[in-house]
Design a protein around this ligand. Structure first.
Ligand code: ADP
Ligand code: MG
Length: 339
């Protein structure tokens, strides 16, 4: 018997005065999974999350949570917690008061509140900060308070909208790991919005990549990386992004197609022995390797990686090689051809 998905969006659409938010959103989310909604700003990630939360109502489609149709249910009836970019903490309340606020509203007994508070502060590394006000905390600590508040709520579904955007890079990295560990340890289902592909790829079991209000591809991070369904996914996922080359530039592929190839699959070869001649246009030292940006008419994002410090001079002419097995072929409409 196959288990019904814990969260199910069925052909959901949302518009404002005819202007598109999202449409055709169909998605099944298993219980205990970590799903990232990924895509550029304005693609509909937050709208999708807010529809799931009940902060917006859809114009079309159906939303199920835990086998219940919640399409028109109030947010408070959906049994979920939320964490936002803005923390949404009460500035005049202490850490403790912020964390247990929802429990108090629900008249959870004091003893139980104390226990839950202790556990949540322990998990988020905030023990000892009970009496501080949000203004006396760093950004990372404030976001931990928001996480602790979500934990004490004890819901099986937690929705997060760009919770790390206000943190600096180093902190973002460590809180990212905390959130992932928390999700695993508590066994909760997380739907996580981010525009940062590294974040989505490193945290999620399933990545949902969106563009212009529509889902482009749903899959494990490695699926999106290894089998992008179209050129948008190919260029959005991975750092550096996949290079795209007009098929005219490569012998044997005819006209009108686009060939994709990743930097790690491109080699620099002696002049006259490559499949493509390019001009070096930049060198970027990354630490363990150097990224060489290349220009060729009709190609975008071409680059190769060389081990260690290995700068090349701008304007240098080189040849590159890649094997057919590493080429992704997209048709004139940018859709992946079967391979
Ligand atoms: P993302 O979170 O991916 O950056 P959003 O879901 O916030 O994108 O927005 C998707 C689209 O819906 C955008 O074009 C945005 O302008 C529009 N939109 C979002 N909320 C509203 C609203 N309350 N009223 C009108 N348009 C909105
Ligand atoms: Mg958003």
């Amino acid at each position: 018997m196959t288990q019904a998905p814990f969260v199910r969006l069925m052909d959901v659409a949302k518009r404002w005065n005819g202007q598109l938010g999202v449409e055709g959103i169909s998605l099944d989310i298993p219980e205990g999974s970590f799903t990232a909604l990924l895509g550029p700003s304005g693609c509909g990630k937050s709208t999708t999350l807010r529809l799931l939360a009940g902060l917006e109502l859809p114009d079309e489609g159906k939303i199920m949570i835990d086998d219940k149709d919640v399409t028109t249910s109030a947010a408070s009836d959906r049994n979920l917690s939320m964490v936002f970019q803005s923390y949404a903490l009460f500035p005049h309340l202490s850490v403790e008061e912020n964390v247990v606020f929802g429990l108090k509203v629900r008249r959870v007994p004091k003893q139980e509140r104390k226990q839950k508070l202790h556990r949540a502060l322990e998990i988020t590394g905030l023990l000892g900060y009970e009496n501080r006000k949000p203004g006396e905390l760093s950004g990372g600590q404030r976001q931990r308070v928001a996480l602790a508040r979500a934990i004490v709520a004890g819901q099986r579904l937690c929705l997060m909208d760009e919770p790390l955007s206000n943190l600096d890079a180093k902190l973002r990295n460590s809180v990212r790991k905390d959130i992932k560990k928390l999700q695993r340890d508590l066994g909760i289902t997380v739907v996580y919005v981010t525009h940062d592909q590294t974040e989505a790829m490193s945290m999620a079991d399933t990545v949902v990549l969106m563009k212009d209000g529509r889902i482009q591809q749903v899959g494990a991070p490695e699926d999106l990386y290894n089998k992008p369904v179209n050129t948008f996914v190919a260029e959005f996922v991975g750092a550096p992004p996949m290079a795209l080359i007009g098929s005219e530039a490569i012998d044997g592929f005819g006209k009108g197609k686009t060939l994709g190839v990743r930097a790690e699959n491109i080699q620099i070869v002696p002049k006259g022995e490559g499949r493509l001649s390019c001009t070096v246009n930049e060198s970027e030292f990354l630490g363990s390797e150097t990224l060489i940006g290349l220009a060729h008419a009709g190609a975008a994002g071409l680059c190769v990686l060389r081990p260690g410090l290995a700068m090349m001079s701008e304007g240098e002419e080189i040849d590159i090689h890649f094997n057919n097995e590493h080429l992704h072929v997209f048709d004139a409409a940018g859709q992946r051809q079967v391979s």
